[in-house]
Design a protein around this ligand. Structure first.
Ligand code: CA
Ligand code: CA
Length: 324
């Protein structure tokens, strides 16, 4: 029956054609999938490579910090304080920077007190005023209760139990500056850079650039380092009446870093007395930021470390990796 054979042949042909089309489609699909997979694998490999390169850049920067020959004095002219950059032929670049905590005011200083002439809260009140916040008292009170160990105060557990999202204040130091936004009366606006009307603008300080949250339990406030702190921080620590003294400190340390507080006492007895217990000439906590990039992919590391004042040994307090 030729017709049936013909029909079968036709059917067979259609099936064969369909199979070929399907096979071709499958091959294309598999090929596309293989390319996609290998791209994913490649970018995974690149991210891993950048993560390692960023960690390595941070490690090298910390190595320089540990090799600091003078642990009694820390200033911006020392090797560890310079940013480090590398650029490989394959397009992989790294960058790392070590900064001492003494360059900034540590928010967590509010969790402890000492017998300093200027209490951490007084310093913070002046620093915030200097940064253009003219009603800092409520914020400083709230932060103090947030980070201090006890539960006595106006802004403790009872205060946060009401409201839309009740929570328990931690009664410990902040682990990251972002935690500040949970503290009553703090908002992101406080940390936005503001235009400064001039170099002598008395209320033009930059709060975000002047403060850190050192993730470490404290026995005493971390002192501000007179050799590394910027003008804004020094203005806060000395109080707003001491502008001339701050200018003198900045000028003197340009010539030679302060090797001891006695040296600062000779330069300005009044200032040295006002700052007793709040400042130092060396630092023990440091922040390292490192980044590795290739094209538009990067990985970064932010770490906090503590350096032993005698041996120079470095202990990692916090290590955070990020990437994009
Ligand atoms: Ca040093
Ligand atoms: Ca508390």
């Amino acid at each position: 029956m030729p017709r049936r054979v013909a029909a079968r042949s036709g059917m067979a042909l259609i099936l064969t054609l369909a199979a070929i089309v399907l096979a071709a489609g499958l091959a294309l699909f598999l090929q596309a999938r293989a390319v996609a997979l290998s791209r994913a694998e490649q970018s995974e490999l690149l991210r891993d490579r950048l993560r390692l390169a960023a960690a390595e850049a941070a490690r090298e920067a910390l190595w320089t910090l540990a090799s600091d020959e003078d642990l009694q004095v820390d200033h911006l002219g020392e090797d560890w304080a310079s940013p480090r950059e590398t650029a490989g032929e394959d397009g992989l670049s790294t960058w790392a920077l070590v900064e001492d905590a003494g360059r900034f005011f540590n928010w967590n200083n509010l969790s402890v007190s000492n017998r300093a002439t200027r209490a951490p809260r007084d310093i913070l009140l002046d620093l915030m005023t200097f940064c253009g916040d003219f009603t800092p008292v409520v914020r400083v009170d709230a932060l103090e209760d947030f980070v201090d160990a006890d539960g006595e105060g106006s802004y403790e557990a009872d205060f946060y139990r009401i409201g839309e999202t009740p929570f328990q204040p931690p009664n410990r130091g902040l682990w990251a500056p972002a935690e500040l936004l949970r503290v009553h009366a703090f908002s992101a606006d406080l940390f936005r850079p503001r235009p400064r009307s001039g170099p002598d603008d008395l209320f033009g300080g930059d709060l975000a650039a002047s403060t850190v949250a050192v993730p470490m339990a404290l026995e005493a406030p971390i002192p501000v380092n007179v050799n590394t702190a910027g003008r804004d921080v020094l203005m806060g620590v000395t109080g707003l009446q001491q502008e001339a003294a701050v200018r003198a400190v900045l000028a003197l340390r340009q010539v030679q870093p302060f090797e001891s507080l006695a040296m600062m006492f000779m330069a300005s007895p009044e200032l040295a007395a006002a700052l007793e217990g709040s400042v130092g000439t060396a630092s023990s906590c440091f922040r390292v930021r490192a980044r590795a990039a290739m094209g538009d992919v990067h990985r970064s590391v932010l770490a906090w470390v503590e350096r032993d004042a005698k041996s120079g040994d470095i202990r990692i307090l916090q290590w955070v990796e990020e990437g994009g």
